[in-house]
Design a protein around this ligand. Sequence first.
Ligand code: NAP
Length: 249
Amino acid sequence: MSSKFPEDATPVAGLALSKKTALVTGASRGIGRAVAARLGRLGASLAICARSRGELERTAESLRNEGMRVLPIVADLTRADEIQQMIEQTCTQLGEIEILVNNAGVGLFGPFHERSESEWDAVLDTNLKSVFLASRAVASRMIRLGRGHIINISSLASKSAFPGGAIYCASKWGLMGLTACMAEELRSHGIRVSVVCPGSVATDFSPHSGRDPATLLQPGDVAYAVAMLVTQSPQSFISEVDVRPLRKA
Ligand code: NAP
């Protein structure tokens, strides 16, 4: 298979995830797309979701051209009913979800006292509440299977404070607590819940003007960490991965 996504073209040996179904949220572009491509190259059947149909369909087509089985689902993760439908459609058409990557997220920055309640809701509903809803919907199914991975894409912003970051940091700091408690509840069922915290990644998410590109992560770097988590040794539980560019800005 030749890669359409040069940012994550590192070859992967073997098909460690064949017969497994992975659902990656926010996978029409950026980190989610790279994660989906990497899991697909490991043999997983893929469900990918986003709000914008055109971009999602184009990504699905590119992945299919690499030989992957892909189900694109248009869903707005700020809506509980659409999350539930997305989970049910994935399980019906691809089989039980063994890997859920809660990646979709939005950034909104600026002084907190100038932000509106609706902006707070949009960020928290996307970055935090959707992870609760999607994970809740798959947890009982994974418990019945006796295995599974839930991987939440957080940020190094979940461990730092900076001016203009209040709403985004609140969502990502909250995500860390949610992840850690979910992990403690599910590990006895053979389910790993883990979190990946990247630094700045070269995507459309936020402007990186003036930054030396060599000091930014690429989406494929995050995808590599996700692939590592889902292929770890049977009795280990890698709970948290921080990902930084090798060269400092
Ligand atoms: P991106 O390029 O903007 O992609 C975001 C993806 O999420 C898109 O597919 C987008 O598609 C989807 N999405 C957004 N809101 C959604 C919603 N309500 N329902 C369904 N899908 C939605 O962003 P990215 O850089 O890849 O970021 C992915 C994750 O990594 C986020 O959680 C972000 O916080 C985290 N992260 C990013 C960076 C960075 O520097 N880029 C650093 C650390 C962590 P639609 O717009 O079509 O819905």
